[in-house]
Structures are given as structure tokens and as C-alpha cells.
Design a protein around this ligand. Sequence first.
Ligand code: BES
Ligand code: ZN
Length: 619
Amino acid sequence: MRIHWLKRFLDLLMCMTAMIPIRGATVADPHSYSQPSRVALRHLDLDLRVDFAERVIEGRATWSLDRKDPQASLVMDIRGLDLLSIRTAPQGQTLSHRISPNDPIFGSRLEVDLPEGVHCIVIHYRTAPSASGLQWVGPEGTAGGKQPFLYSQSQAIHARSWVPCQDTPGVRFTYKAKVHVAPVLRVVMSALEQEQASDRPSGIFQFDQPKPIPSYLLALAVGRLDFKPIGPRSGVYAEPETLEKAAAEFVDTEAMIQAVEKRYGPYAWGRYDLLVLPPSFPFGGMENPVVTFATPTILAGDKSLVSLVAHELAHSWSGNLVTNATWRDFWLNEGFTTYVEGRIMEDLFGPERGDFERRLGYEELLAELKEVPEPDQRLIPDFTGRDPDDGVTRIPYEKGRLLLYQLESRLGRERFDSFLRGWFTNNAWKSVTSEDFVAYYNAELKPEQDPALKGLNLGEWLNKPGIPASATIPVSERLTKQVELAEKWSKGALKTADLEIREWSTQDWLAFLNHQPLTLPLSLMAELDKKAQLTEKSNAEVAHLWYLLAIRSGYKAADGAIDAYISRIGRRKLVVPLYKALLGRPNGQKRVMGLFEKARSGYHPITSGTLERLIHEDQ
Ligand code: BES
Ligand code: ZN
């Protein structure tokens, strides 16, 4: 009898393993050396000391292992790490290991021999001052100007430069951390802080991330930071100089969280805070769990650029909860997120704003399709052997959103929302592939039998370049109106004096400036500048478009403002196109070299790398 029950139980277990596809671990990730199907990392205990003078983090990473194959050694990813020792825990026995030569994109393969019975190891290490995942900002690059700042950016494959890990989104682990810093500084991580500020010994911070995360969501920031609550589970970390402005900009955060929860299920991470970084941050935002990292360039004073918050928040479902198994399936992170971002914006600010941003995104996609080679226009591109950072184009974001938008318009919102909710619920805490999506789509929607999905070829969306002919094209009346005004005005059919700019929102300006010809007559530039003070505009996105026009048109009055903008801001999306435009001008190379020389030390390696390649190509 006993044996019978035991057998039933074992059969059931086997059967469960067969039924639940072990996602992530079964797909090969070309961007990681690790072999998680043999030995996988499950929990991390970090103990870090941040040394601003040396620009080094010295740390101990204690990893718990899941030894699926007891014979196998442990393979991890590292880049530029100085390994001081690798030992068993808690015994402290030294482990033999091998490190492959450094590859400029992938770093090194670390292989650690594992004697029988070892389930935990401690790696004592130091990061390199040039670690690709860390930016050490001098006091001059901060708002306060007195204290330095450090922040990490791990996505896509930079976690390995500051924590030895299995640097693939197919592996998830929980983590705890203890971080030692100078007493005036504060530490923020992608985890819940463990003690109330009043109980905390000065200079020591402790964190707990009880939910399993992939390595690209490991995050750390250290600076002279204050905190201000903005909602029941949200707040803002920023330098004191920017704290109030940031808190005012982000007041709608709780409403945003609730907008997603009501459609796609509960927020899973406890808190949702925002951290305002120095302007050198190369991205707009990064969806680190518990705390989104954001560029200060979205602090426009009128909430006009908070779609970025909606975007990073949406990642709490698409990306952080349901994660692309490898960077090949990046669209599952970014396309879904861009779609959900649009729904949040519509919920909070009305359908006109939703339509507008969706259409703007579509136009950005059209522009990008002119630049990106055909194989990389597929939603499932092949980035084997290449840096996954180079796959960050508008394609996964906007073509991904366009696919979901097409499904939404075919199925109706109610049905599509429940389809999406099911996707998030069924795949929570898993890493997923495009094949998983196709299987879910077929099982859930039975497209063969559904007239609503007739003529929609999912394979074409995923595996062919360009936009399928069946796509539903977003329209925005407001944007169309601005485009008409832009065309009339630039052709001289509408006088500058007759533009009713007083009523224009940031979005109206973006549309108007985006639809100007490549160059404008200097007289028109001067008239518009006089009327709207565009050269002095503090909205970083509007200023960006105006400066592009100014450079291409040779409008010298903006030169000083452009130089200041370029040396202050390191957000790649905003500065790289300006450099490109400058290089296209007579004597552009000389001005660019001068500017880059001055600004370079303030840029993140991601931005300076892109600019170096650009300038080099031009020579
Ligand atoms: N996760 C991305 C940023 C990212 C992607 C960093 C790939 C490194 C590699 C983030 O969610 C994002 O998409 N940020 C955008 C802003 C967003 C509103 C489109 C950005 O930074 O521009
Ligand atoms: Zn994103």
C-alpha cells in the first residue's frame, strides 16, 4: 500500500515536470557563458564596500546553488572583475577555478569546480574602475555639486561587470545585500530597504529582494539622496535640490499603479519608488524592481513627459514579472510594456493623449525602419555574437506595440485585456520565449476558427522585416492637426504671428517640430524663437527637436544653448542625434571634437562609446 502511494506521488511529480515547461533554462542564451540547466544560482547574499576614491566596489557574493547535475562544475559570467578568492560556505575551503580570456562584448567565462556536497560558495572580488555597468559621477556631475554619485545599469549584460553571476534573463534568484558607504551618502537598491532610517547605523544599508529576479535587474545607486513619499507605496529619491520638483512631477504614480492593477492583476513588488539620477544617465528610465531609475530630463514641470514613468511601471508586469528568456525575445519585454504604457496614459490623461502617443510611436517606427537593416527589423532578430545593446531600436518597442494594438483592435478591448491578464498570470516569475507566446496565442484565441483574426499572420509579424500589410495604423486627430499647421507654416502659407501657441501642449510642440522640413529659412527660425523662446526652452524633449532644426538650418543664435545642453545631458536618445546633425555641417567635425573632448568625462561609457563610433565613422 505504502509503495503504491509513493509510486503515485512520484508519477504525479514526474508528470508535473513534464507538463510545466521549464522555460528559460531550456533555451540557450548566446549572451551568457553560464549553463543553468546543470548548475543554477538561486540566492545571492551581497556584502559591498563602495570606495569613491578608488572608484572600486569591493565585495563578497555568496551564492546558493541548485546542482541539477551533481557532476557538473559551475559556470558564471564576469567582466573585468579582480577575483581575490573563491571558497565554499560556510567551511571556507578554497575552490579551484578557471577564467577565460576577456571578450570585449561578453567578458570572461568563470568555471568553478564543485566537490560533492558543496551548495554554497563565496566569491571575494573587486570591480574595475572602468566597469561597464557602473558610472562613477564626480561632484560636478550632480545637482548639489559637493558629493559624488554612483549608479549601476545592468541591462542588458553589464551585471557581470559588478557582480559575478549567471548573466542571463533565463535565471532568477532572490537576493539580500549589505552595503557600506560614507555616512553622508545614501544607498538605493532594486530591493526593499530593511531598516527604518532612524534605526539604521550610519553608513550601512541592508536590503532584501524576496522575489526571484534576473541579473539584469540587479541595481545599486549611492549619492547624497533624500526621500519624499508621494503615495501609500511610492516615493521619490533625489538630491535635495531636485526632490520637490520630482515629487510634484510624479504625483500620479499611485493612480498609474492602480490603472494597471485593475486590468492585469496586482502589483507584485511591494513598493514602487522612483530615483532621479544625474543627467549623465544614458537612458530615459530603467525598470529596476521596487525602484525605477530615471533621467532628470523628464522633470518638465508640467507632467508632460511622465509617459516614461508609465513605461517603467508597466515593466513591473511585462519584463520583471514575465521576463524574456533571452535578448532575442526582447520584444516580449518592451513591446508589451509600450502597449501597457499607452493604456496607462489613456486612463490617466484621456484618449486624445493615448492616440497621440501611439501615433507618435508609429511615426518613430517608420523612421527607424529606414535605418535598420532588414534582418534586424524582425521581432525575433538574431543577435548571436553581437552586443544585445545594439538591438535597442524602436523595432521591439513600437513594432511590438503595433502587433498588440492590432490584436486589441481585432478582438476588442475586453477580450484582449483578459488575454493579456492571462499571459501575465500564467507566466508570472517565469522567463518566456516568442514560441511560448505563439503557443499561448494559439491555445487561447484559436485563431484558425476565429473570424476576428482572419488574415492576421502572426508568423509574418515575428519573422519578417517591415510592417505587415494587415496592420491597424494608429491615427491621432490632434497630431494630424499639428502636422497640417507645421506644413502650412514652413511653406509660408501661415504666418508666425497666426500660430496660436498659447494653447499648445508639450505634445503639440513635439508634433509641430517633428514635422518640419530638414532645414528652415533663418528668418522663420528667428521669428518662431522670438515668439516662443524655444532656445531657452527647459523641456528637454522640445529643446532637443528645436536644436536639431537649429543645427541643420545653421541658426547660430542657439549655438551656446546647444553646447550647454550637450555637455550637461548624457541621455543617448537626446544627445546622439545632435552630434550626428553637427557632423553633417560644414566644419562640423571640428566643433564636435571640441564639444566631445569637454563633455566626454561626464558621459556614461554607453554614451561615449556610441559617440566615439559615430565620430570615428565620420573621419
Ligand atoms: N529597459 C529599458 C532600458 C534599456 C533597454 C536599457 C535595453 C538597456 C538595454 C527601459 O525600460 C526603456 O525602455 N527606457 C526608455 C524609455 C521608454 C519611455 C521608452 C529609454 O530609456 O529611452
Ligand atoms: Zn522599457
